[in-house]
Design a protein around this ligand. Sequence first.
Ligand code: GLU
Length: 441
Amino acid sequence: MSKKPDSPDVTEVMGQPEEENEDIGAQFYREHLRQLERSLGEVEIEDHVQLVLSEPKNEVIVNFPVRLDDGRYELFTGYRIQHNNIMGPYKGGMRYHHDVTLDEVKALAALMTYKCALLEIPYGGAKGGIRINPHEYSHREKEAITRRFTHDLGHNIGPDYDIPGPDMGTNSQTMVWMMDTYMNMQGMNDKNAKRRVVTGKSLASGGSRGREKATGQGVIYCIQEWANENGLRLDGATFMLQGYGNVGSNAAQILTRMGAELVAVQDHTGAIYNPEGIYPRKLAQWVNEQGGVQGYEGAQALEAEEFWAVECDICIPAALELQIDADVAQRLNCQVVVEGANGPTTVEGDAVLQERDIDVVPDIMANAGGVVVSYFEWVQNKRSERWQLQEVDSRLHYKMKMAYHEMRAFAREHAIDNRTAALAVALDRVNQVYVERGIFP
Ligand code: GLU
């Protein structure tokens, strides 16, 4: 792989000029294109491949009504963006969040293409979601919304075509509703063969052991590799977390068991701090009952501005995109940022981190554990098998380690940062397949 002398400007190809007052989704998509552009400068990618990757293959938008508990009808907008499937079926999560937009889902879908390619799992990339605040709806309403959404997506999803998984605001229950709805749209004979149309299901309904904690576990495998490389002892190390959902709380529990201390956490309700260490399990219980970290008795409250400046070894953003901008990057007081979230750092944020010698393990590497174990779940369903947790974990460990060192080798060889390297490795793999297969007709 050699450096391409004058790769075209992706933002130009894609016609996405910077706009004032753009929403967070549009900003995120633009940031993604800027990052992509940097990686395209490091690896030889055919122009036609760049063109293909510049937009998603399919953008499915469905508007559907659901009757709420009080008898009113509400119209919901659901998205499924299929970015690319040259490497295998489309794969990616379904997000339920009040900020979901088409552009946000487009950026997230593209990241899935590169994540799957980097981890060498035989999938393309997709993402979907509904623009709702799931906390505002009852259990029954969420079920009705999910089932009607799945129904209206119809054959835009399928076990060998596009396989949704969980993301922010969705969980194993959401996935089981999707699976059941899809199965009921099939003929009697092969209903059960369709179980793998979604992953991240509960164990009882065909999920995999280890899927629930997989993203958090993958974050920790990356931290272990980084710590080995950089001589950080995890026993006694300190870390901070933004977001205390599935990824954050699992990562905290695993890292604490290794002897590290959780010193600060921030979520949508506030920020908390305890230099003596916060108990991750107790905090998870609190968040479950109270809906957020605010008010947790085992720590003191912290102002939002103070949060990012907390001194620690490892910072794990595990919430939304675009959190670490230049200003936050300037305030961080850690050795490494390990991205449990997708797209948490802006291009300017990255530049400041580099300047300040703060390392980054980027999203498509650090949070890939979820989709890797989703793939294991899909394979188990296909083979009618159920693997032991130990087997899932050791296979995940191997995959994360391999990808991590491929990213690092590329970064060293080209003297570039990990994010640019991770994307370049993924782009190179996708490019190779396009070059071999060509474009139809
Ligand atoms: N939402 C997760 C991600 O961003 C997992 C997706 C999946 O399991 O399909 O990687």
